[in-house]
Design a binder for this molecule. Sequence first.
Ligand SMILES: C[S@@+](CC[C@H](N)C(=O)[O-])C[C@H]1O[C@@H](n2cnc3c(N)ncnc32)[C@H](O)[C@@H]1O
Ligand code: SF4
Length: 453
Amino acid sequence: MTQLDTAVSLEDLIRATVPRYTSYPTAPHFSAEIGADAYAGFLDATAAGDGPISLYVHIPFCHSICHYCGCTTKASRRYAPIEAYVEVLRQEIAMVAARLGRRPVSHIHWGGGTPNLLSAAAFEAIVGDFHRLFDIGADTEHAIELDPRHLGEARARFLASIGVNRASLGVQDFDPVVQAAIGRIQPAETVAEAVEHLRGAGILSLSFDLIYGLPEQSVSSIRRTVDAAMALKPDRISLFGYAHVPWFRVNQKLIDASKLPGTEGRLELERTAHTAIAAAGYTPVGIDHFARPGDAMAEALKARTLRRNFQGYTTDRADTLIGFGASSIGKTAAGYAQNVTDTGNWRTRIVAGQLATERGRALTADDRLRAEVIEQILCFFDVDLAATAARHGADPSVFAADLDKLAPLVQAGWVTLDGGRLAIVRHAAELARLVASSFDAYLGKGGRHSVAV
Ligand SMILES: C[S@@+](CC[C@H](N)C(=O)[O-])C[C@H]1O[C@@H](n2cnc3c(N)ncnc32)[C@H](O)[C@@H]1O
Ligand code: SF4
């Protein structure tokens, strides 16, 4: 990492609000023009191909809602709503599979919410459907997001028995004062036991989610959190910046905003955690991930095959991601499609035999080109603009206005331009997001995002 003496201060740069680009165009720019008919067309176009696809299953239920949570989920203490949801999910899977045909599956990902709330019978039924309707092989990666507070030894063994081979655990922060402030009481022993159960069951690829920028966090507390996380030797770590969007997620109103660190404080927390994780031997991956050397994600970074999608960074190279469940987002070569967020409306649509797509985006040639540029910047902190344009049959001059926007960063020495190759000098998340945003043709035309750091 190079420290630069520059006229443009980093703080000036990071005050801008820019997306994290888990898609391009980003979700705030999806349009209601993409509904069930358009998605049916996307699926039919996909069915004409034969490459592998990936499957995402959204489970929007949790025991209780953590104050900080920005995910699309709701609290359910009773199992009946979850059982009813699973029944409709299976109908949706059958409906989509009928259009796609039996395709090889590269990745399966269970996200939420808290997928580990599903009963064993529900998991068996859905995984059974996947095996019947798709081609799931021994090399299919099968990942799940798990809340360590709801994971016993028997459940870990069960997950392994249905083929789960990768898990990410919501660790967030180990400090009891921070945990109280964020409404997520989770003793360190709970996480350690969850790790032991998963490894004992043979689920060996483990990732931890940590968050910086939380209320009551200090440089010393986040340092202790990182040390405690390192002691459990996860294969990967995601270090997310807390996105405080109380106008959008009402549960976040329970966070005392006066206890949140300011911009500089957030930067310091991120730097502290980042430095400590890297010092423990992890390879920084993109803007917010870390992987042990030798892990598939660290290897994908080296080989420049790393990708970025709605789940963040991934080694998955499938170009099609099919989303199932309320609010899930899928991507095909033709475009993005997002399901209705409200579970009741989603159910009504599926039960009526209709796809539940509510919004999305058909991709233009320019969208595809910019999506690749943005993905490379966020994965590798550099991009060969000339080569990327050539791959898309475009002239590099298409980026002239974007490069004009970047001129102050180039003058300040934060970004270099050498022939057609752009590189970010300092591998900092906030810079990568800002540089990527220069290539976003939709930015500033509606949508609201959290701060870059
Ligand atoms: C679906 S949850 C993970 C699984 C499980 N529900 C849990 O909490 O353990 C996905 C992750 O998103 C992250 N997250 C949730 N809300 C966030 C926010 N407002 N800002 C940043 N990260 C957030 C957390 O790290 C969380 O672990
Ligand atoms: S962080 Fe996880 S457990 Fe907490 S509300 Fe969000 S999805 Fe549910």
